[in-house]
Design a protein around this ligand. Sequence first.
Ligand code: 13P
Length: 249
Amino acid sequence: MVKLVVGNWKMNGVSAQLAELEKLVALFPRPQTDIVICPPATLMMAAIKIVDVGPIMIGGQDCHVEPSGAHTGDISALMIKDAGGKFVIVGHSERRENHNEDSHTVCAKSIAALKANLKVIVCVGETSHNVPVENAFADIKTLLDQSIPDRVMPQNLSIAYEPVWAIGTGKTPTIEDIAKMHSRIRRYLGERFRTDTANLFRILYGGSVNPKNAAAILNTRDVDGVLVGGASLKSDTFSEIIKAAEGIH
Ligand code: 13P
């Protein structure tokens, strides 16, 4: 499966930040991985111009459940699609926490994104640290049950497993725990959807991914890509992570 490497710039970057995207475009004219940058909404159109028709794709960090309407400050999946976006992240823990988004809303956002022909990345992650994977999975299962729509094509929906305690902290689960959780998520997908489609979903890991740990994480069984925050802001660090996904050392 082609790996998916996603940079989530979060609320970072004014126009000058686009120079980092220009460098990435120059560095990866023919990438062997799917590369997506999710800039803040203010930079989206400019970012889309920079990647042009090339292989690097642009995504949104969130979308509203409706295509349009009286929702001051929100943007819709349709708008992201219209701007030239290809992906959207939904259910990021920062949205869940800062904007009180529950999984039912996240599910409605996923449906809105799929309707708008965007590929969707649904984020799930446990808040408790130092608990065995089996216990953490109980939380993850509830999030997956409620956040993922019943009718999905695996090509159009990816899951990002982002333990909340690992985001922006420099801490990550052990490789063994990442492997266990990802394989547990894959088993869940096989049980919930058709068994033969479980392998077609891409399951990304996110939380303190950096150039040092990227290769080990990306070489882990059932890890089909990474969702990167801080280390995606600079092309030198993000390009190292892309190279790790491509097996370039
Ligand atoms: P960091 O890579 O900064 O830990 O952020 C992870 C994340 O939240 C990506 O969506």
